[in-house]
Ligand binder design. Structure first.
Ligand SMILES: NC(=O)c1ccc[n+]([C@@H]2O[C@H](COP(=O)([O-])OP(=O)(O)OC[C@H]3O[C@@H](n4cnc5c(N)ncnc54)[C@H](OP(=O)(O)O)[C@@H]3O)[C@@H](O)[C@H]2O)c1
Length: 351
């Protein structure tokens, strides 16, 4: 719509109707003059409405870095629309929808990977995160095809690794062939690196050819994203970065939200080798006890209430079920603040 109706417009219109019907101006010339004056006022008012549109940066635009359009918080995801076993979706800037919770597949291979995905599908998971680097795209595709669930119900994300950037076109084709599920829902650049813009442009061509639906990046923070955005045509719908209670990335989160880019957290439980320490954190345990939930569920809920999508990794069906059952409770602002206070800028991987 060209102009959104503004309250001023409505008031102006009502005023006009009152004047025309009640005063009953006798002379046609006077009526015409009055009509013209009111028309001018209405046009001015409607134009003013038109300038109130929130800035929606496209890839050609500079990144939005100021604070005037911050929209962080649980409002970003419609969590009340989700239910255990059926996470809500978010509409990406590409127009496609994506479940806000999925299954990470890093370190899963062979039958363990296929069985983990098949059990997750039975539990309601429809989003799966893989990468050429994980060496399990074939297994992911195999499980999707075997599941009997229509392809369109899934949201599959894969990633190109920096050593593939120089020959991205071939790498994209190879990834599509390994997955063998028709199209890819989302392809990310796994890391910033040499030739990343060229690789992204190859992905843009694959979007035009209908092979990929949405594009994004991973391990791009404020500086990398600010440099990257003006160089590409299709705005990344997402960045996937390390986020957990000990490494929260508040500024990055807010920056991505301001720019209409979904932020997704990898290592939600701190990553393998760190999960035990995370799950035994006293603050998280207390909050979990108060809700009758596990510490894993509290961490995922904390992410989601901050507008951070999650892809916890698990091959254990009990854990998978627990992780997709976080839509029947809500953390209070005080509980959110207590977990926020655990941030200690402790990164568990180098990138
Ligand atoms: N873009 C990137 O650079 C990047 C980097 C790293 C990871 N990722 C993605 O992020 C995903 C998540 O990371 P991650 O899998 O390495 O680490 P994670 O999700 O932080 O932790 C996974 C570990 O937690 C355990 N676990 C899961 N749910 C649990 C529960 N409810 N209770 C107890 N233990 C539970 C899993 O064991 P069980 O199998 O026994 O449940 C596994 O050992 C990866 O799979 C990958 O898809 C992306």
């Amino acid at each position: 719509m060209l102009f959104e109706l503004h309250s001023n417009c409505v008031v102006g219109l009502l005023l006009y109707l009152c004047i025309v019907t009640k005063i009953k101006l006798a002379k046609i010339m006077k009526r015409k003059l009055l009509f013209l004056t009111i028309l001018c006022c209405l046009t001015f008012s409607a134009n003013a409405c038109g300038t109130e549109v929130t800035r929606q940066p496209t890839a050609e635009n500079e990144a939005v870095t100021d604070n005037d359009t911050v929209a962080s918080g649980s409002g970003l995801f419609h969590l009340t629309q989700g239910e255990n076993g059926k996470p809500p979706v978010i509409t990406l800037s590409s127009g496609y929808t994506m479940p806000v919770l999925g299954l990470g597949t890093y370190s899963l291979h062979g039958d363990e990977c296929i069985n983990a995905i098949l059990s997750a599908i039975k539990l309601g998971y429809r989003k799966f995160d893989t990468a050429t680097f994980y060496g399990n795209e074939e297994e992911v595709g195999e499980a999707i095809r075997r599941s009997g669930v229509p392809r369109e119900e899934f949201f599959i994300c894969t990633k190109l690794y920096p050593n593939e950037f120089a020959h991205a076109e071939e790498a994209i084709e190879a990834s599509l062939a390994r997955l063998n599920i028709g199209y890819v829902d989302l392809m990310l650049l796994h890391h910033p690196g040499r030739n990343d813009v060229e690789a992204y442009k190859a992905m843009e061509r694959a979007v035009a050819a209908g092979k990929i639906r949405s594009l994004g990046v991973s391990n791009y923070y404020i500086e990398e994203m600010t440099e990257f955005l003006p160089k590409v045509s299709i705005k990344p719908v997402m960045t996937q970065n390390e986020i957990h209670p000990y490494y929260q990335e508040k500024e990055v989160r807010e920056f991505m939200h301001r720019n209409g880019i979904v932020i997704e957290g990898w290592y939600p439980f701190g990553g393998r080798g760190y999960t035990k320490a995370m799950f035994s954190n006293e603050t998280i345990k207390e909050i979990a006890k108060a809700h009758g939930k596990s510490t894993a569920q509290v961490i995922l809920r904390w992410d989601l209430q901050h507008g951070v999508a999650v892809i916890p990794g698990s091959s254990n069906p009990d854990h998978q079920k627990e992780n997709i059952s976080v839509f029947d409770f809500e953390l209070t602002p005080e509980e959110m603040a207590r977990i926020d206070a655990l941030d200690r800028n402790e990164k568990h991987d180098w990138y």
